[in-house]
Design a protein around this ligand. Structure first.
Ligand SMILES: [Zn+2]
Length: 435
């Protein structure tokens, strides 16, 4: 298959919404993409619409239940900070970067989710030190390309302030610009989370979120400039995309409180979980409910009755209940007993002590990062909840499309690079390509 571009630069601006277009169209560097590029007004995300499943979808062209990354974090009941799906091996089947490498293309990834220990030539994976004895830089080095990351940390590490934004994205930007200039990769995948963080902490349309969009415009400009500086801009394709949008919320729903009261979750005298028969695993705007033993009909029926009572109560925060089979039909994890969707204004936490409903104030959000003012994870069918896609440069036609699906992006990127992801849930968006 013929390659349509020499350098594909995929920039993921986490939480970029279709609603942001009104602002982006007036920002100069986004205008550069929009002027001669392809723009999709609305991209349908996947279910649950959270970052790790979304990014695994972008590089595979498949729904979560096919690529295997069905949530950000693992099912670890009772663990305050569960581990994330950090590793490449969490993804079943091939990926864009694996196929690019097989075709002898040079690959680079910066903070791209689910890439720890991936065979990427220049890899700085997104992975956090999740145990008290771990050191962040060492954890990153061990799970990516050590020398490459060591070098970038030495030069730009001073910009970083832990995981704090906007410093983290500023560090990622300098690292990306450096990587483009010194390595000239054929595929660059970079993930910026400034906007997502601001929306979580301050709300969807907050001043902080708007400031992050302006910073993203500057970051995009720096990447364009780097390509121009080394004379490869004309041979490059730049993609700016979002993974999901976000919705404001003001109430957290803790279904595990009710499961605990019904003895489906049991704790010891210290309040630690010692056993569970049913557990509500949050995906923020949605949640899976797992029954540990599939044969445990009693637990299954108890949960079913609980959910139908809650669904009948307009104050419960629950908008919809899906069976495991229905969740699988939407591309989510069919191993769950049920999947529940929050009403607008609500999201799910996993607390099993305290109250079923907890109202969230800006003060709560400032004090505890589990409490947020906007979040994602909702059904992609929710109103005003689409994300966005823009591409410009080699291999791309000037066109505006009303809609695509997140699953269509991977196959399209593969086509640009002249590689193949095999049979995928998504399709190549030929309308935007100069075939
Ligand atoms: Zn995200």
């Amino acid at each position: 298959m013929k390659r349509l571009t020499d350098h594909l630069i995929i920039i993921s601006f986490d939480c970029l919404s279709a609603l942001d277009f009104l602002m982006l169209k007036d920002l100069p560097h986004f205008q550069t993409l929009l002027k001669n590029g392809a723009y999709v007004e609305n991209v349908e995300s996947i279910y649950p619409s959270v970052t790790y499943p979304c990014h695994a979808t972008i590089v595979t062209g498949n729904y979560p239940n096919r690529h295997g990354v069905i949530n950000n974090t693992l099912l670890q009941p009772g663990m305050l900070s569960p581990d994330w799906n950090w590793y490449r091996d969490c993804i079943h089947g091939t990926t864009l970067y694996d196929e690019a490498k097989k075709a002898n293309l040079t690959t680079a990834a910066l903070l791209w989710p689910v890439t720890a220990k991936a065979k990427i030539d220049y890899n700085m994976p997104e992975i956090f030190a999740n145990r008290p004895w771990q050191n962040q830089i060492l954890v990153s080095l061990m799970n990516g390309t050590p020398h490459f990351q060591w070098d970038l940390n030495k030069r730009y590490g001073h910009i970083r302030n832990g995981l704090h934004q906007p410093e983290l994205d500023d560090f990622v930007l300098e690292s990306t610009v450096d990587t483009i200039k010194t390595k000239r990769p054929n595929l660059v995948m970079v993930h910026f989370t400034d906007l997502d963080t601001q929306r979580h902490d301050h709300g969807f349309s907050s001043d902080e979120a708007i400031a992050a969009l302006h910073r993203h415009n500057q970051r995009l400009g720096r990447i364009i400039e780097a390509l121009q500086d080394i004379g490869i801009y004309e041979n490059s394709t730049i993609v700016a995309l979002g993974d999901h949008s976000a919705l404001d919320e003001h109430n957290a729903v803790n279904l595990n409180v009710l499961l605990h009261k019904d003895h489906l979750i049991t704790t010891n005298h210290k309040g630690k979980i010692i056993n569970w028969r049913a557990y509500c695993k949050s995906c923020d705007g949605s949640a899976y409910i797992y029954v540990k033993d599939k044969q445990d009909l009693e637990a299954h029926i108890a949960v079913e009755n609980m959910l139908s009572t809650l669904l009948a109560d307009p104050q419960s925060g629950i908008e919809k209940v899906l069976t495991g089979k229905q969740a699988a039909e939407k591309g989510a994890d069919g191993m769950c007993a049920f999947m529940i969707e929050a009403q607008k204004g609500y999201y799910f936490l996993e607390d099993f002590g305290g109250e079923y409903l907890k109202s969230i104030t800006p003060k709560d959000a400032a004090a505890d990062k589990r409490y947020t003012l906007a979040c994602h994870g909702y059904s992609p069918e929710k109103e005003d909840y689409g994300t966005i896609f823009m591409a410009a440069g080699k291999g791309i036609q000037a066109i505006t499309l009303p809609s695509i699906r997140l699953i269509d992006e991977g196959p399209t990127f593969a086509r640009l690079l002249g590689v193949n992801l095999g049979s995928t849930d998504g399709r190549v968006i030929e309308e935007i390509l100069t075939l």
